[in-house]
Design a protein around this ligand. Structure first.
Ligand SMILES: *[C@@H]1O[C@H](CO)[C@@H](O)[C@H](O)[C@H]1NC(C)=O
Ligand SMILES: *[C@@H]1O[C@H](CO)[C@@H](O)[C@H](O)[C@H]1NC(C)=O
Ligand SMILES: *[C@@H]1O[C@H](CO)[C@@H](O)[C@H](O)[C@H]1NC(C)=O
Ligand SMILES: *[C@@H]1O[C@H](CO)[C@@H](O)[C@H](O)[C@H]1NC(C)=O
Ligand SMILES: *[C@@H]1O[C@H](CO)[C@@H](O)[C@H](O)[C@H]1NC(C)=O
Ligand SMILES: *[C@@H]1O[C@H](CO)[C@@H](O)[C@H](O)[C@H]1NC(C)=O
Ligand SMILES: *[C@@H]1O[C@H](CO)[C@@H](O)[C@H](O)[C@H]1NC(C)=O
Ligand SMILES: *[C@@H]1O[C@H](CO)[C@@H](O)[C@H](O)[C@H]1NC(C)=O
Ligand SMILES: *[C@@H]1O[C@H](CO)[C@@H](O)[C@H](O)[C@H]1NC(C)=O
Length: 306
Protein backbone atom coordinates (compact mmCIF):
# COMPACT_ATOMS: atom_id res chain seq x y z
CA UNK A 1 0.00 0.00 0.00
CA UNK A 2 2.70 2.48 1.11
CA UNK A 3 4.76 1.64 -1.90
CA UNK A 4 2.05 2.44 -4.43
CA UNK A 5 1.27 5.79 -2.72
CA UNK A 6 4.92 6.71 -2.97
CA UNK A 7 4.86 5.81 -6.64
CA UNK A 8 1.75 7.92 -7.25
CA UNK A 9 3.30 10.87 -5.43
CA UNK A 10 6.45 10.63 -7.49
CA UNK A 11 4.37 10.51 -10.65
CA UNK A 12 2.37 13.60 -9.65
CA UNK A 13 5.55 15.57 -8.93
CA UNK A 14 6.95 14.52 -12.28
CA UNK A 15 3.79 15.63 -14.16
CA UNK A 16 3.74 18.99 -12.36
CA UNK A 17 7.39 19.63 -13.09
CA UNK A 18 7.00 18.56 -16.68
CA UNK A 19 4.03 20.85 -17.44
CA UNK A 20 5.63 23.87 -15.81
CA UNK A 21 8.83 23.37 -17.76
CA UNK A 22 7.12 22.80 -21.11
CA UNK A 23 6.78 26.22 -22.69
CA UNK A 24 3.66 27.00 -24.62
CA UNK A 25 4.66 29.02 -27.69
CA UNK A 26 3.38 32.58 -27.72
CA UNK A 27 4.17 35.90 -29.41
CA UNK A 28 7.53 35.97 -27.57
CA UNK A 29 8.44 32.76 -29.40
CA UNK A 30 7.68 34.51 -32.69
CA UNK A 31 9.75 37.53 -31.66
CA UNK A 32 12.74 35.32 -30.83
CA UNK A 33 12.41 33.58 -34.22
CA UNK A 34 12.30 36.87 -36.13
CA UNK A 35 15.23 38.33 -34.20
CA UNK A 36 17.19 35.17 -35.04
CA UNK A 37 16.34 35.75 -38.70
CA UNK A 38 17.42 39.38 -38.41
CA UNK A 39 20.77 38.30 -36.93
CA UNK A 40 21.32 36.03 -39.96
CA UNK A 41 20.95 38.92 -42.37
CA UNK A 42 24.20 40.74 -43.02
CA UNK A 43 24.24 44.46 -42.51
CA UNK A 44 23.56 46.47 -45.58
CA UNK A 45 22.81 50.19 -46.00
CA UNK A 46 19.37 49.34 -47.37
CA UNK A 47 18.57 46.85 -44.63
CA UNK A 48 15.46 48.44 -43.21
CA UNK A 49 14.99 45.54 -40.80
CA UNK A 50 18.09 46.60 -38.89
CA UNK A 51 16.26 49.57 -37.41
CA UNK A 52 12.62 48.60 -37.86
CA UNK A 53 12.71 45.14 -36.24
CA UNK A 54 13.46 46.45 -32.77
CA UNK A 55 12.51 44.84 -29.45
CA UNK A 56 11.35 48.24 -28.25
CA UNK A 57 8.31 48.16 -30.55
CA UNK A 58 5.63 45.46 -30.68
CA UNK A 59 6.53 42.88 -33.34
CA UNK A 60 3.10 43.08 -34.95
CA UNK A 61 4.03 46.64 -36.03
CA UNK A 62 7.29 45.51 -37.64
CA UNK A 63 7.57 45.91 -41.38
CA UNK A 64 6.54 42.78 -43.28
CA UNK A 65 4.76 41.23 -40.29
CA UNK A 66 1.07 40.43 -40.02
CA UNK A 67 -0.45 39.00 -36.85
CA UNK A 68 -3.78 37.38 -36.17
CA UNK A 69 -5.62 39.33 -33.50
CA UNK A 70 -7.43 36.22 -32.33
CA UNK A 71 -4.32 34.24 -31.41
CA UNK A 72 -1.85 37.14 -31.18
CA UNK A 73 0.65 35.22 -33.26
CA UNK A 74 2.50 35.99 -36.51
CA UNK A 75 0.55 34.72 -39.53
CA UNK A 76 2.42 36.34 -42.42
CA UNK A 77 6.03 37.23 -43.12
CA UNK A 78 6.62 39.27 -46.28
CA UNK A 79 10.13 40.61 -46.64
CA UNK A 80 10.26 40.33 -50.43
CA UNK A 81 12.37 42.67 -52.60
CA UNK A 82 14.31 44.21 -49.70
CA UNK A 83 17.83 43.46 -50.98
CA UNK A 84 18.45 41.18 -47.99
CA UNK A 85 21.52 38.97 -47.99
CA UNK A 86 21.80 36.12 -45.55
CA UNK A 87 20.70 32.65 -44.49
CA UNK A 88 17.56 31.21 -42.90
CA UNK A 89 17.99 30.05 -39.27
CA UNK A 90 16.15 26.98 -37.86
CA UNK A 91 14.21 29.28 -35.50
CA UNK A 92 11.90 30.19 -38.37
CA UNK A 93 10.28 26.79 -37.81
CA UNK A 94 8.94 28.18 -34.50
CA UNK A 95 6.49 30.51 -36.26
CA UNK A 96 3.80 27.89 -35.75
CA UNK A 97 0.90 30.12 -36.85
CA UNK A 98 2.56 31.21 -40.10
CA UNK A 99 0.25 30.93 -43.11
CA UNK A 100 2.16 32.99 -45.64
CA UNK A 101 5.93 33.16 -46.15
CA UNK A 102 7.31 35.46 -48.85
CA UNK A 103 11.05 36.11 -48.87
CA UNK A 104 11.26 36.35 -52.66
CA UNK A 105 13.62 38.55 -54.66
CA UNK A 106 16.48 38.86 -52.16
CA UNK A 107 19.84 37.08 -52.05
CA UNK A 108 19.26 34.54 -49.32
CA UNK A 109 21.52 31.53 -49.82
CA UNK A 110 22.54 28.17 -48.39
CA UNK A 111 20.18 25.41 -47.31
CA UNK A 112 16.70 25.83 -45.90
CA UNK A 113 16.50 24.35 -42.36
CA UNK A 114 14.47 21.16 -41.90
CA UNK A 115 12.72 22.79 -38.91
CA UNK A 116 10.56 24.61 -41.46
CA UNK A 117 8.70 21.31 -41.72
CA UNK A 118 6.97 22.40 -38.47
CA UNK A 119 5.09 25.17 -40.29
CA UNK A 120 1.93 23.08 -40.48
CA UNK A 121 -0.39 26.00 -41.30
CA UNK A 122 1.66 27.30 -44.23
CA UNK A 123 -0.28 27.92 -47.46
CA UNK A 124 2.14 30.14 -49.38
CA UNK A 125 5.83 29.30 -49.68
CA UNK A 126 7.51 31.86 -51.92
CA UNK A 127 11.31 31.89 -52.07
CA UNK A 128 11.56 32.95 -55.73
CA UNK A 129 14.64 34.81 -56.97
CA UNK A 130 17.17 33.95 -54.27
CA UNK A 131 20.37 31.95 -54.26
CA UNK A 132 19.33 28.80 -52.42
CA UNK A 133 21.29 25.66 -53.27
CA UNK A 134 21.11 21.93 -52.64
CA UNK A 135 18.27 19.49 -53.18
CA UNK A 136 14.62 20.49 -53.14
CA UNK A 137 13.95 20.51 -49.38
CA UNK A 138 12.35 17.26 -48.24
CA UNK A 139 10.39 19.08 -45.50
CA UNK A 140 8.10 20.53 -48.16
CA UNK A 141 6.16 17.28 -48.40
CA UNK A 142 5.40 17.59 -44.65
CA UNK A 143 3.37 20.80 -45.09
CA UNK A 144 -0.16 19.49 -45.62
CA UNK A 145 -1.82 22.89 -46.18
CA UNK A 146 0.51 24.19 -48.87
CA UNK A 147 -1.31 25.68 -51.88
CA UNK A 148 1.32 27.83 -53.58
CA UNK A 149 4.93 26.77 -53.86
CA UNK A 150 7.43 28.98 -55.71
CA UNK A 151 11.07 27.84 -55.80
CA UNK A 152 11.50 29.68 -59.10
CA UNK A 153 14.94 31.00 -60.03
CA UNK A 154 17.26 29.59 -57.41
CA UNK A 155 20.05 27.05 -57.73
CA UNK A 156 18.33 23.89 -56.61
CA UNK A 157 19.71 20.70 -58.13
CA UNK A 158 18.99 16.97 -58.11
CA UNK A 159 15.67 15.30 -58.78
CA UNK A 160 12.09 16.36 -58.15
CA UNK A 161 11.01 14.35 -55.07
CA UNK A 162 8.00 12.07 -55.74
CA UNK A 163 6.92 12.70 -52.12
CA UNK A 164 5.58 16.10 -53.22
CA UNK A 165 2.46 14.15 -54.20
CA UNK A 166 1.74 14.33 -50.46
CA UNK A 167 0.68 17.96 -50.90
CA UNK A 168 -2.92 17.20 -51.76
CA UNK A 169 -4.05 20.86 -51.65
CA UNK A 170 -1.31 22.21 -53.92
CA UNK A 171 -2.53 24.54 -56.69
CA UNK A 172 0.67 26.10 -57.96
CA UNK A 173 4.06 24.45 -58.29
CA UNK A 174 6.92 26.39 -59.87
CA UNK A 175 10.48 25.12 -60.09
CA UNK A 176 11.38 27.29 -63.10
CA UNK A 177 15.02 28.26 -63.55
CA UNK A 178 16.93 25.79 -61.39
CA UNK A 179 19.27 22.89 -62.21
CA UNK A 180 16.85 20.03 -61.72
CA UNK A 181 17.56 16.80 -63.55
CA UNK A 182 16.15 13.32 -63.98
CA UNK A 183 12.58 12.51 -64.92
CA UNK A 184 9.38 14.25 -63.94
CA UNK A 185 7.88 11.92 -61.29
CA UNK A 186 4.57 10.42 -62.36
CA UNK A 187 3.36 10.94 -58.76
CA UNK A 188 2.86 14.64 -59.57
CA UNK A 189 -0.28 13.45 -61.34
CA UNK A 190 -1.77 12.85 -57.88
CA UNK A 191 -1.89 16.60 -57.25
CA UNK A 192 -5.52 16.86 -58.19
CA UNK A 193 -6.03 20.59 -57.56
CA UNK A 194 -2.98 21.78 -59.50
CA UNK A 195 -3.71 24.65 -61.90
CA UNK A 196 -0.16 25.68 -62.76
CA UNK A 197 2.86 23.44 -63.23
CA UNK A 198 6.02 25.31 -64.21
CA UNK A 199 9.21 23.30 -64.69
CA UNK A 200 10.75 25.52 -67.39
CA UNK A 201 14.50 26.09 -67.68
CA UNK A 202 15.84 23.02 -65.94
CA UNK A 203 17.69 19.91 -67.16
CA UNK A 204 14.85 17.42 -66.97
CA UNK A 205 14.99 14.35 -69.19
CA UNK A 206 12.77 11.45 -70.16
CA UNK A 207 9.17 11.63 -71.30
CA UNK A 208 6.36 13.59 -69.71
CA UNK A 209 4.34 11.22 -67.52
CA UNK A 210 0.77 10.79 -68.85
CA UNK A 211 -0.55 11.21 -65.30
CA UNK A 212 0.10 14.99 -65.63
CA UNK A 213 -2.62 15.13 -68.28
CA UNK A 214 -5.07 13.64 -65.81
CA UNK A 215 -5.26 16.72 -63.59
CA UNK A 216 -8.60 18.20 -64.60
CA UNK A 217 -8.05 21.55 -62.83
CA UNK A 218 -4.87 22.28 -64.83
CA UNK A 219 -4.67 25.66 -66.61
CA UNK A 220 -1.02 26.04 -67.53
CA UNK A 221 1.70 23.48 -68.20
CA UNK A 222 5.15 24.95 -68.85
CA UNK A 223 8.06 22.64 -69.66
CA UNK A 224 10.03 24.93 -72.02
CA UNK A 225 13.80 24.49 -72.22
CA UNK A 226 14.49 21.08 -70.79
CA UNK A 227 15.61 17.90 -72.50
CA UNK A 228 12.28 16.12 -72.56
CA UNK A 229 11.63 13.51 -75.20
CA UNK A 230 8.98 11.09 -76.36
CA UNK A 231 5.43 11.24 -77.54
CA UNK A 232 2.65 12.91 -75.66
CA UNK A 233 -0.43 10.80 -75.03
CA UNK A 234 -3.12 11.00 -77.67
CA UNK A 235 -5.63 11.69 -74.89
CA UNK A 236 -3.84 14.86 -73.74
CA UNK A 237 -6.91 17.12 -73.83
CA UNK A 238 -9.52 14.58 -72.77
CA UNK A 239 -9.14 15.44 -69.09
CA UNK A 240 -7.88 19.01 -69.40
CA UNK A 241 -10.95 21.09 -70.22
CA UNK A 242 -9.45 24.19 -68.56
CA UNK A 243 -6.02 24.17 -70.23
CA UNK A 244 -5.10 27.73 -71.33
CA UNK A 245 -1.36 27.48 -71.92
CA UNK A 246 0.88 24.67 -73.07
CA UNK A 247 4.59 25.52 -73.27
CA UNK A 248 6.82 22.82 -74.69
CA UNK A 249 9.44 24.79 -76.65
CA UNK A 250 13.11 23.88 -76.66
CA UNK A 251 12.74 20.20 -75.94
CA UNK A 252 12.92 17.14 -78.14
CA UNK A 253 9.22 16.36 -78.19
CA UNK A 254 6.42 16.31 -80.71
CA UNK A 255 3.30 18.31 -81.33
CA UNK A 256 0.68 16.90 -79.03
CA UNK A 257 -2.20 15.27 -80.90
CA UNK A 258 -5.94 15.92 -80.51
CA UNK A 259 -5.57 19.48 -79.28
CA UNK A 260 -8.99 20.48 -80.59
CA UNK A 261 -10.48 19.20 -77.36
CA UNK A 262 -8.55 21.81 -75.38
CA UNK A 263 -11.27 24.38 -75.99
CA UNK A 264 -9.80 27.10 -73.77
CA UNK A 265 -6.22 26.88 -75.07
CA UNK A 266 -4.90 30.42 -75.59
CA UNK A 267 -1.14 29.93 -75.87
CA UNK A 268 0.64 27.04 -77.51
CA UNK A 269 4.40 27.18 -77.64
CA UNK A 270 6.43 24.53 -79.45
CA UNK A 271 9.41 26.44 -80.84
CA UNK A 272 12.70 24.62 -81.50
CA UNK A 273 11.32 21.20 -80.86
CA UNK A 274 13.20 18.69 -82.91
CA UNK A 275 10.27 17.49 -84.80
CA UNK A 276 9.21 16.57 -88.29
CA UNK A 277 5.66 16.27 -89.47
CA UNK A 278 2.72 18.50 -90.29
CA UNK A 279 0.96 20.97 -88.09
CA UNK A 280 -2.32 19.31 -87.25
CA UNK A 281 -5.22 20.96 -89.07
CA UNK A 282 -7.45 20.84 -86.01
CA UNK A 283 -5.37 23.65 -84.48
CA UNK A 284 -7.45 25.90 -86.73
CA UNK A 285 -10.47 25.02 -84.61
CA UNK A 286 -8.95 26.30 -81.38
CA UNK A 287 -10.95 29.50 -81.26
CA UNK A 288 -9.51 30.74 -77.96
CA UNK A 289 -5.93 30.55 -79.26
CA UNK A 290 -4.27 33.99 -79.26
CA UNK A 291 -0.61 33.04 -79.53
CA UNK A 292 1.02 30.19 -81.35
CA UNK A 293 4.79 29.85 -81.29
CA UNK A 294 6.02 27.22 -83.69
CA UNK A 295 8.64 29.28 -85.51
CA UNK A 296 11.66 27.05 -85.71
CA UNK A 297 9.97 23.71 -85.99
CA UNK A 298 11.12 21.48 -88.81
CA UNK A 299 7.73 21.44 -90.41
CA UNK A 300 6.14 20.47 -93.64
CA UNK A 301 3.16 22.58 -94.65
CA UNK A 302 3.12 25.04 -91.83
CA UNK A 303 0.55 27.67 -92.76
CA UNK A 304 -2.70 26.80 -91.15
CA UNK A 305 -3.95 30.26 -90.28
CA UNK A 306 -5.05 32.82 -92.85
C1 LIG B 1 5.28 33.72 -23.32
O1 LIG B 1 5.53 32.57 -22.54
C2 LIG B 1 6.60 32.70 -21.65
C3 LIG B 1 6.81 31.38 -20.91
O2 LIG B 1 6.54 30.31 -21.72
C4 LIG B 1 6.33 33.80 -20.63
O3 LIG B 1 7.46 33.97 -19.78
C5 LIG B 1 6.07 35.10 -21.39
O4 LIG B 1 5.70 36.12 -20.48
C6 LIG B 1 4.95 34.90 -22.42
N1 LIG B 1 4.86 36.11 -23.21
C7 LIG B 1 3.68 36.69 -23.51
C8 LIG B 1 3.77 37.94 -24.32
O5 LIG B 1 2.63 36.22 -23.16
C1 LIG C 1 8.42 49.87 -39.02
O1 LIG C 1 7.80 49.95 -40.28
C2 LIG C 1 6.39 50.02 -40.21
C3 LIG C 1 5.84 49.93 -41.63
O2 LIG C 1 6.51 50.80 -42.47
C4 LIG C 1 5.98 51.29 -39.49
O3 LIG C 1 4.59 51.38 -39.39
C5 LIG C 1 6.60 51.29 -38.10
O4 LIG C 1 6.32 52.51 -37.44
C6 LIG C 1 8.09 51.10 -38.17
N1 LIG C 1 8.62 50.95 -36.84
C7 LIG C 1 9.78 51.44 -36.45
C8 LIG C 1 10.19 51.21 -35.02
O5 LIG C 1 10.51 52.08 -37.21
C1 LIG D 1 13.45 42.90 -56.89
O1 LIG D 1 13.95 43.78 -55.94
C2 LIG D 1 14.56 44.93 -56.51
C3 LIG D 1 15.22 45.70 -55.39
O2 LIG D 1 14.37 45.89 -54.31
C4 LIG D 1 13.51 45.74 -57.25
O3 LIG D 1 14.08 46.89 -57.83
C5 LIG D 1 12.90 44.86 -58.33
O4 LIG D 1 11.85 45.56 -58.96
C6 LIG D 1 12.38 43.58 -57.73
N1 LIG D 1 11.99 42.67 -58.82
C7 LIG D 1 10.88 41.95 -58.79
C8 LIG D 1 10.63 41.08 -59.96
O5 LIG D 1 10.09 41.99 -57.85
C1 LIG E 1 12.93 27.79 -31.48
O1 LIG E 1 13.82 27.15 -32.39
C2 LIG E 1 15.16 27.03 -31.96
C3 LIG E 1 15.94 26.34 -33.06
O2 LIG E 1 15.20 25.44 -33.82
C4 LIG E 1 15.24 26.37 -30.60
O3 LIG E 1 16.58 26.31 -30.15
C5 LIG E 1 14.37 27.10 -29.60
O4 LIG E 1 14.43 26.50 -28.35
C6 LIG E 1 12.95 27.14 -30.12
N1 LIG E 1 11.98 27.64 -29.15
C7 LIG E 1 11.76 28.90 -28.75
C8 LIG E 1 10.69 29.07 -27.73
O5 LIG E 1 12.39 29.86 -29.14
C1 LIG F 1 24.31 33.93 -56.36
O1 LIG F 1 25.15 32.81 -56.54
C2 LIG F 1 25.94 32.86 -57.70
C3 LIG F 1 26.69 31.56 -57.85
O2 LIG F 1 26.99 30.96 -56.63
C4 LIG F 1 26.90 34.03 -57.60
O3 LIG F 1 27.65 34.12 -58.78
C5 LIG F 1 26.08 35.30 -57.44
O4 LIG F 1 26.95 36.40 -57.26
C6 LIG F 1 25.16 35.20 -56.27
N1 LIG F 1 24.34 36.38 -56.25
C7 LIG F 1 24.29 37.18 -55.23
C8 LIG F 1 23.51 38.44 -55.47
O5 LIG F 1 24.80 36.94 -54.16
C1 LIG G 1 3.17 12.86 -46.00
O1 LIG G 1 2.28 13.55 -45.13
C2 LIG G 1 2.00 12.87 -43.92
C3 LIG G 1 0.95 13.65 -43.16
O2 LIG G 1 0.96 15.01 -43.46
C4 LIG G 1 3.30 12.71 -43.13
O3 LIG G 1 3.05 12.01 -41.96
C5 LIG G 1 4.30 11.95 -43.98
O4 LIG G 1 5.53 11.87 -43.31
C6 LIG G 1 4.50 12.66 -45.31
N1 LIG G 1 5.39 11.88 -46.17
C7 LIG G 1 6.50 12.38 -46.69
C8 LIG G 1 7.29 11.45 -47.55
O5 LIG G 1 6.89 13.52 -46.50
C1 LIG H 1 20.27 18.37 -73.56
O1 LIG H 1 21.08 17.28 -73.97
C2 LIG H 1 22.11 17.64 -74.85
C3 LIG H 1 22.80 16.39 -75.31
O2 LIG H 1 22.67 15.34 -74.40
C4 LIG H 1 23.05 18.58 -74.10
O3 LIG H 1 24.09 18.98 -74.96
C5 LIG H 1 22.28 19.80 -73.65
O4 LIG H 1 23.09 20.63 -72.89
C6 LIG H 1 21.09 19.39 -72.82
N1 LIG H 1 20.29 20.55 -72.56
C7 LIG H 1 19.83 20.84 -71.33
C8 LIG H 1 18.97 22.08 -71.22
O5 LIG H 1 20.07 20.14 -70.36
C1 LIG I 1 -6.11 8.89 -64.97
O1 LIG I 1 -7.21 8.86 -64.06
C2 LIG I 1 -8.03 7.72 -64.20
C3 LIG I 1 -9.22 7.89 -63.31
O2 LIG I 1 -8.88 8.28 -62.02
C4 LIG I 1 -7.21 6.48 -63.89
O3 LIG I 1 -7.99 5.33 -64.06
C5 LIG I 1 -6.01 6.41 -64.84
O4 LIG I 1 -5.17 5.35 -64.48
C6 LIG I 1 -5.21 7.70 -64.75
N1 LIG I 1 -4.17 7.69 -65.78
C7 LIG I 1 -2.90 7.97 -65.52
C8 LIG I 1 -1.98 7.91 -66.68
O5 LIG I 1 -2.51 8.27 -64.43
C1 LIG J 1 -13.50 22.01 -86.98
O1 LIG J 1 -14.79 22.16 -86.44
C2 LIG J 1 -15.81 21.90 -87.42
C3 LIG J 1 -17.15 22.25 -86.76
O2 LIG J 1 -17.21 21.75 -85.45
C4 LIG J 1 -15.73 20.45 -87.86
O3 LIG J 1 -16.72 20.19 -88.84
C5 LIG J 1 -14.37 20.20 -88.45
O4 LIG J 1 -14.23 18.82 -88.77
C6 LIG J 1 -13.26 20.60 -87.48
N1 LIG J 1 -12.00 20.52 -88.18
C7 LIG J 1 -10.97 19.86 -87.70
C8 LIG J 1 -9.73 19.85 -88.54
O5 LIG J 1 -10.99 19.30 -86.61
Amino acid sequence: MDKSWNLLFALAVFVLLYTSLATVPNISTDEAALLALKSHISSHPNNILASNWSSSSPICSWIGITCSSRHNRVTALDISSMQLHGTIPPHLGNLSFLVSLDISNNTFHGDLPKEMGHLQRLKLFDIRRNNFTGAIPSFLSLLPNLRYMYLTMNQFSGKIPPSLSNLTKLEVLSFQGNFLEGEIPRELGDLRYLTFLDLQLNKLTGSIPPSIFNITTMQNIAFTSNNLTGKLPITICDNLPNLEGLFLSENCGVIPPNLEKCKKLQVLSLTYNEFTGTVPRELANLTALTALHIAALHLEGSTIFP
